[in-house]
Design a protein around this ligand. Structure first.
Ligand SMILES: Nc1ncnc2c1ncn2[C@@H]1O[C@H](COP(=O)(O)OP(=O)(O)OP(=O)(O)O)[C@@H](O)[C@H]1O
Length: 445
């Protein structure tokens, strides 16, 4: 038999850790089920924590005791204090979760054993044995559905129009079916405008009511916010940078201030953050979508080579999107292509720098590049290079660097390739005139 005192100890250590370190609660709610707590009392505390967390309220000891006791004093305070005492720190919480889960499973098996002993028929005994075997193979976190459950879920899901993430570009709305749990990579060469475009996307999603985190591993929040003001207010970025705003600018900002502070977009200075840090922070801030600028800057413990490190980060980001249900938008640098004869070779998925793993993990890959690499004001091409749920293709965008603003180009086709010299000049001196001379001499019949 599992010792009752030991069982309660591991559970109390887990609950105590969550009470000591509030940032753990999000991850616990995803990884720990109610049934992992064998004791009803511990389960109640866990349910109270979850309820508060999901309602966006604090999960500190005072709030939790209040939630449990409904304002009246009935012993919960002593229990909560004791649990925090048992844990003392949150450092070993995942080891305690493992012990607690094993003990809970053993308790369930022992209970089934008792029922088996008292079974009144062979059929009932077989039922208990089947349950016990599924307890033994059942792994926490493995989700599975039968065809019957899947069909029921299908009807529920498609009864109403499914809401996918929206984009500020109509042509993306036509092609992409992105939802929570997807990983969408935005790749581009340096200065192509990845950050500017990602900020535009993040701002737009936040405006639609999503909670969005923008993790920048390369830029401070002030620079990002200057850009956001330029694009949302259509103000000249250089003017903002030089602090040359005039009276009318301040007036416009003051009129727009409500609109500027409403979106739930947060800018995070994330230099040095690992994927685990980003995940824990995102869960504690309850983000629906996160942008990460940019993937190659995320440190990895698997740092033997750049290839290993980037591969590891990509796998972890993918796991994070899948296990948390957060839509993850990592930005990625591209390696320079060999130019083709026109000097315009477009990037492809192989250009995603340093690891082919990114290509494997992403649900959608968009690549942003200048149509004419030699012109700063060139149109941008947004190439949908991978789209698991829809069509690939490309979209032409104009980019106004002054206001950091992207728009769909009216001319929806590649620009004509420049010719180094007019065709007629390419006829070498001494060659016979081309047939059907398109530039006949004046007066010739
Ligand atoms: N005041 C300005 N006027 C015009 N263009 C500007 C101004 N400030 C920045 N730009 C342009 O805006 C673009 C911003 O690019 P952005 O930083 O978003 O690119 P990126 O792809 O994220 O690059 P990196 O990977 O180097 O961070 C650049 O092309 C830059 O030249």
């Amino acid at each position: 038999m599992v010792n009752g005192g030991d069982v309660e100890l591991a559970q109390a250590a887990v609950l105590g850790a969550a009470l000591i370190d509030e940032s753990l609660v999000g991850e616990l709610t995803l990884k720990v089920e109610d049934r992992d707590f064998a004791t009803p009392k511990c389960r109640m505390v866990y349910q109270a924590l979850k309820k508060l967390f999901l309602a966006g309220q604090p999960t500190d000891p005072v709030t939790v005791v209040n939630q449990l006791s409904g304002g009246g004093e009935d012993g919960w305070r002593q229990y909560v204090m004791w649990a925090m005492d048992v844990a003392s720190t949150a450092v070993n919480v995942w080891e305690h979760v493992r012990i607690m889960r094993e003990q809970a499973r053993l308790c369930r098996l022992q209970e089934l054993g008792g029922r088996l002993q008292a079974a009144g028929s062979l059929e009932a005994a077989q039922g208990y044995i089947a349950k016990a075997s599924s307890e033994l193979v059942d792994r926490p976190g493995v989700k599975y559905v039968t065809m019957e459950e899947a069909l029921q879920d299908f009807f529920t899901r498609h009864h109403e129009r499914h809401e996918y993430y929206s984009w500020p570009l109509d042509k993306l709305n036509d092609r992409l079916f992105v939802e929570g749990g997807d990983m969408v990579v935005l790749g581009g060469y340096s200065s192509a405008g990845k950050t500017a475009l990602a900020l535009t996307f993040g701002w737009y999603l936040a405006g639609l009511g999503k909670r969005v985190g923008f993790f920048s591993l390369e830029t401070g929040y002030k620079k990002l916010h200057d850009r956001l003001i330029a694009t949302t207010m259509r103000m000249n970025l250089a003017k903002i940078k030089r602090s040359e705003l005039d009276e009318s600018d301040y007036q416009a900002l003051s009129i727009a201030s409500k609109r500027l502070i409403k979106p739930e977009l947060e800018l995070i200075e994330a230099a040095g953050m690992t994927v685990a840090d980003i995940q824990a922070f995102s869960l504690s801030r309850r983000y629906d979508a996160i942008f990460i600028d940019y993937l190659q800057l995320i440190p990895s413990p698997q740092g033997r080579s750049r290839y290993d490190a980037v591969t590891d980060v990509s796998i972890r980001l993918h796991q994070m999107s899948q296990t948390t249900g957060i839509a993850v938008f990592p930005l990625s640098q591209l390696s320079r292509p060999d130019k083709d004869r026109d000097g315009r070779k477009a990037p492809n998925m192989a250009s995603l720098r340093e690891s082919g793993q990114i290509e494997q993990d992403a649900d959608v890959i968009m690549l942003l590049y200048k149509e004419d690499p030699d012109r700063p004001d060139s149109r941008r091409v947004l190439k949908i290079a991978k789209n698991k749920e829809g069509e690939v293709g490309q979209i032409y965008l104009t980019f106004d660097g002054n206001t950091q603003t992207f728009r769909e180009s009216v001319y929806d086709a590649p620009a004509p390739k420049p010719r180094s010299e007019p065709e007629y000049m390419q006829v070498k001196l001494g060659d016979p005139p081309p047939e059907g001379d398109p530039w006949p001499q004046q007066g010739a019949s």
